[in-house]
Design a protein around this ligand. Structure first.
Ligand code: NAD
Ligand code: WQD
Length: 339
């Protein structure tokens, strides 16, 4: 069985990915400092897959512990989810983000090098495209960022490109996620923001469950179908399957170099379209008000996802309705998340 180090595996996307790779016969070792996740997520995944998971509570800033883990296990690849992701916080605490995300990733890469591990799958983001010159967004578009979080993702991509150039047998697939929402169909794992949600879908579902009073729609005067912001929402289970496809690609290709790949559906949905789909599929009330634009937001963002299809054989399967139903199953069964 191929062992995979999954940093950040207790988090939202990591926990869903564990299910896919375990069911496909890979053996994950999860390494997470639980700074933004709960150990209960791992227990729930164990229940879903019916087996125990090797979990290590550890920080990617702790290079000695990383070395110990690499000495104990022979990894085929690292799937690197660990990172901080709150855009607003990154603006007020840039050093925290560069330290954790950039230095942390360099630590992982250094220890991989010491132990001869050559396959890396990175959680990149559509944020590296900044404000795209046209839509849909192709992987070849130029990159730019407007906040330290995005900048940390971009810097890591540059590091990976250089490492791949310097070491020809090092492979790095940079998966650029669009907007992940939804949850496993069991309703036992899902997104559980530790604070008031920054992102739209967890905000909607917390309003619906009564934890928050009303949604603020940030701007209704964009040049979009109804004036509200358009994004490419993708079901987290589709995203998880994309990681499995990337692992399988690495298992079948000796030399990929730096490979950036969009994981999106290729379709844009506006804020109000998502709110209305949620109301319609769940029967819940979601009161909202129109508020000013949020600083740093762009009007529209959606992927061209052809590269993932051609190279990985991956296409997103789930539609917006399913994303809403699955989000609500998780939120209504777990009104306070994992607590
Ligand atoms: P998440 O916060 O749920 O998961 C990240 C995990 O990393 C958490 O469990 C956290 O405890 C862990 N972690 C953070 N710093 C760590 C450190 N120093 N050492 C060890 N573990 C650490 O977030 P997520 O939504 O699952 O995102 C996973 C990755 O995907 C992140 O790198 C994020 O930037 C990236 N990403 C997320 C989105 C999104 O909208 N959710 C979009 C694009 C990219
Ligand atoms: C979506 C739309 C908002 C909240 C962010 C990061 C990005 C990536 C994914 C990690 C926008 C609107 C939101 C609310 C609203 N993360 N909105 N009211 O901004 O596309 O991307 O998460 O890599 O880097 O920037 O996602 O969910 O915050 O916003 O009207 O309370 O919903 O204006 O149009 P975004 P989001």
């Amino acid at each position: 069985m191929m062992k995979i180090l999954v940093t950040g595996g207790a988090g939202y996307i990591g926990s869903h990915t564990l299910i896919e790779i375990i069911n496909a016969g890979f053996e994950p070792v999860v390494y997470d400092n639980l700074s933004n996740s709960s150990p209960v997520a791992i227990e729930r995944v164990e229940q879903i897959v019916g087996q125990n998971i090797n979990f290590i509570k550890g920080d990617i800033l702790d290079k000695e512990l990383l070395r110990k883990v690499f000495a104990e296990h022979t990894f085929f690849a690292v799937i690197h989810f660990a990172g901080l992701k709150a855009v607003g916080e990154s603006v007020s605490k840039p050093l925290k983000y560069y330290q954790n995300n950039v230095i942390g990733t360099i630590n992982v890469l250094e220890v991989m090098k010491e132990f001869g591990v050559k396959n890396f799958i990175f959680s990149s983001s559509a944020t590296v495209y900044g404000n795209p010159r046209s839509l849909p967004i192709y992987e070849s578009f130029e990159r730019s960022c407007t906040n330290p979080y995005g900048q940390s993702k971009l810097m890591i991509e540059y590091v990976l490109e250089d490492v791949c150039r310097a070491q020809v047998d090092f492979n790095a697939i940079s998966l650029r996620y669009f907007n992940p929402i939804g949850a496993d169909e069991s309703g036992t794992i899902g997104e559980d923001p530790s604070d008031i949600p920054n992102n739209l879908m967890p905000y909607i579902s917390q309003v619906a469950v009564g934890r928050l009073e009303k949604l603020s729609v940030f701007g209704d005067d964009y040049d979009t179908i109804d004036g509200t912001g358009v994004r490419d929402y993708i079901h987290v289970v589709d995203l998880a399957k994309g990681h499995l496809k990337a692992l399988e690609y690495l298992a079948n290709h000796k030399q990929t170099g730096f490979l950036p790949i969009n994981l999106g559906t290729g379709h844009g949905t506006s804020v109000l379209q998502l709110v209305n789909a949620f109301i319609k599929t769940t029967g819940q009330k979601v009161p909202y008000v129109i508020a000013p634009r949020r600083v740093g937001d762009i009007a529209s963002c959606y992927a061209n996802a052809d590269k993932a299809k051609t190279l990985l054989g991956w296409v997103a399967q789930y539609d917006i309705e399913r994303m809403c139903i699955d989000t609500w199953r998780w939120q209504s069964n777990n009104p306070n998340g994992y607590n």
